[in-house]
Ligand binder design. Structure first.
Ligand SMILES: *Cc1c(COP(=O)(O)O)cnc(C)c1O
Length: 406
């Protein structure tokens, strides 16, 4: 007797048998057409929450713009040639960002890996296949980074097989450059943690013929940063798509010199025998990323900023109405450049370790996420709030702080 698995396997040979499985047709769209939309968070018991913390990967980043979701839904219903999507979208993104060329990657992290891969391999398919094994290939093998910039993300660079060379002073840098140097990498969010600033970094690299890359993953806003570093002369610029721009969380952009972007694409899908094959972005994310960027560039950033400030003011006022609570609003200069509220309290006046407050807000209804700063302080941002949620955050925060008064 034919079992169910065999039956499914042979359905294409006997299309009429489809009726036996209870489907009226084999049109894949009909599988879902008649089912009500499922609420998977509810169905699987996954907690959803108000995000008053910020754009954190572990909190699934940001919520995509409506236009991005619509783009993804539309794109999902058509086949396209992957390379054609990248080429056409890349031209549009490059024009918006003053770059020679661009490609959508699987987040900023993969942009770092793929950009460096392009620097290492050029257009040589043998080298592309060899990565991450550099020995005996004639490829360069060292990336220079300032010590203060060498935080976790440099793993994206060592994934190519390269070694990190740490430098502190300009003298160190000049000594470190040799025939093995592939790239000089700069991390914008740590720019104040290194002695050498952007312009000098580029100047030294150019004088020695070394490629430069900047990681500016979390450095929009301001929107101008999307072209500032291309204009400044970095050969490659990498940014996250799923942070402030509210594109797909699994997308980012690699932009820069045309020859390097072309070379980087050799390590990307659909090409298979590459280090980038597992960093796939499909048409939905590529087109979604383009729409997110396009909208972000065109939007009224002053209005957006005012809204963020108003929300922060509301939450701030609620918190400071509780005795013993201090508030301060600031804007980080580098990374997550958005109005940020710091709430702190005197533990002798408020018996409330920050962990307890975090748990209470998290376990409340609705659930709220904030970011603890130290034992008796936390930070709140308003850019990931949906309209109206600031009122809930303000009320819940005040309630929890008030309850703890000694
Ligand atoms: C978020 C971040 C990344 C990683 O970006 P993804 O888009 O999540 O891949 C890399 N570098 C810095 C500085 C970041 O903040």
């Amino acid at each position: 007797m034919i079992n169910r698995r065999d039956l499914i396997k042979h359905l294409s040979t006997f299309p009429l048998l489809g009726g036996i499985l209870g489907q009226s047709s084999l049109d894949p769209l009909s599988f879902t057409a008649k089912l009500p939309v499922r609420n998977l968070a509810k169905e699987l018991g996954i907690r959803t929450f108000i995000n008053a913390a910020g754009t954190y990967t572990f909190m699934t980043g940001s919520l995509m713009q409506d236009e991005v979701v619509e783009t993804i839904q539309g794109a999902a219903k058509e086949f396209m040639i992957l390379d054609e999507v990248q080429t056409k979208v890349g031209e549009k993104i490059a024009a918006l960002t003053h770059a020679e060329a661009a490609v959508v990657t699987a987040g900023c992290f993969s942009a770092l890996t793929l950009g460096l891969a392009g620097v290492l391999t050029g257009m040589d398919p043998k080298k592309v296949e060899a990565l991450p094994h550099l020995e005996g290939t004639g490829m360069k093998s060292e990336v220079i980074i300032q010590k203060g910039h060498n935080i976790g993300y440099s793993h994206a660079l060592t994934n190519t097989g390269c070694t990190i060379i740490s430098v502190e002073t300009l003298e160190d840098l000049e000594k470190a450059i040799n025939e093995k140097t592939a790239l000089m990498w700069f991390l914008n969010i740590q720019a104040d943690q290194g002695q050498i600033k952007h312009e000098k970094w580029i100047e030294v690299a150019k004088s020695k013929g070394i490629a430069t890359m900047i990681d500016m993953a979390a450095d929009v806003p301001p929107v101008e940063n999307l072209w500032k570093f291309n204009d400044m002369g970095f050969d490659l610029v990498c940014v996250s798509g799923g942070k402030a721009m509210r594109g797909p969380q699994s997308a980012g952009i690699l932009m820069g010199k045309k020859n390097l972007i072309e070379a980087a694409r050799l390590s990307m899908p659909p090409r298979g025998s590459t280090i980038g094959r597992g960093m796939k972005v499909n048409k939905e994310e590529i087109l979604g990323m383009y729409v997110a960027l396009d909208n972000f560039v065109k939007m009224d950033h002053k209005k957006e900023w005012k809204m963020w400030e108003d929300r922060i003011a509301l939450i701030s006022n609620a918190a400071k109405s509780v005795k013993g609570v201090n508030v301060e609003t600031f804007v980080p200069e580098l990374g997550n450049h958005t109005p940020t509220l710091k709430v702190s309290w005197d533990l002798t006046k408020l018996n409330l370790p920050v962990k307890t407050l975090q748990d209470n807000l998290r376990n409340g209804n609705p659930s709220i996420e904030i970011m603890p700063a130290d034992g008796s302080s936390l930070t709140i941002t308003s850019w990931m709030l949906k309209s109206g949620e600031e009122k809930i955050v303000a009320a819940r925060l005040k309630e929890e702080l008030s309850k703890a008064a000694v």
